[in-house]
Ligand binder design. Structure first.
Ligand code: BTN
Length: 247
């Protein structure tokens, strides 16, 4: 397999995401490879992270060469809420995975992509000066045994799901294409531009949830990317947080 070397990836890139394309065989975290002075659209990818980061101080681990570990430098226009970018990336990942024929995905607010009820991908948005480094870890070829043990909720990979081993370069190229289209829509119109598509994949909608001390039934995602929860005290809108849900 040709992997994610620039010779394999660059010919597949069709837009401005991936200019420049930075590849390392190994690095601490791809989130650290993108200097905010680089052009918007710079992408960092590596085969193995030694200190991969998840949300809320957690770590993110995957055996070398098994997953798509990627960060993108974006410079959102003033007036847009950068927190919404996790959902923009989540939708791009969902559409990419679905286009591979791997099945319908769901987006678990605020930053996970689920496949058959298990976590397939996670998104991490980190602010840097006037930029956002938007990272994604997408489990591609891991076997069941290689998936993280004991996460709060079970993880999956494309391989675990359907037994198909996949080249990562075309998946990366497709993801960057989908992300660029969704990002341009968001720049122009905010989440309104893709709310229908996000809502069609809402994993939490209708479930009993608890987040940031608010408990109730998840009603959906609003046009600012907030989770709406119907509680005994009325409708609450949550900006961000860690969701516990009933399975
Ligand atoms: C989460 O679900 O908590 C977010 C996980 C984000 C992982 C990706 S892997 C590529 C990029 N580099 C990192 O160190 N983290 C993100």
């Amino acid at each position: 397999m040709s992997g994610l070397h620039p010779e394999a990836v660059r010919p597949l890139l069709t837009g401005r995401l991936g200019q420049p394309y930075l590849y390392r065989e190994s690095c601490g975290s791809t989130q650290e490879l993108l200097d905010p002075a680089l052009d918007e659209g710079a992408v960092a990818v590596c085969d193995h992270q030694t200190s991969g980061r998840g949300r809320l101080g957690r770590s993110w681990a995957a055996p070398a060469g098994s997953a798509l570990l990627c960060s993108v430098l974006l410079r959102p226009p003033a007036g847009r809420r950068s927190a919404e970018l996790s959902l923009v990336m989540g939708l791009a990942v969902a559409e990419t995975v679905e286009s591979l024929g791997a099945g319908m995905t769901e987006i678990k607010w605020p930053n996970d992509v689920m496949l058959a009820g298990r976590k397939l991908a996670g998104v991490l948005a980190e602010a840097r000066a006037d930029s956002v480094v938007l990272g994604v870890g997408l489990n591609v070829n891991q076997t069941e045994e290689q998936l993280p043990a004991g996460p709060r909720y079970p993880a999956t990979s494309l391989f675990t799901h359907d037994g198909v081993t996949r080249e990562r370069a075309p998946i990366l190229a497709r993801l960057l294409e989908r992300l660029e289209e969704r990002y341009e829509g968001w720049r122009a119109r905010g989440l309104e531009a893709m709310l229908e598509e996000i809502r069609a994949r809402d994993f939490l909608g209708g479930r009993t949830v608890r987040v940031s001390g608010v408990a109730g039934r998840a009603r959906g995602i609003d046009r600012h990317g907030r989770l709406e929860i119907a509680t005994d005290d009325g409708l609450k809108r949550i900006e961000s947080g860690e969701v516990d849900y009933a399975r």
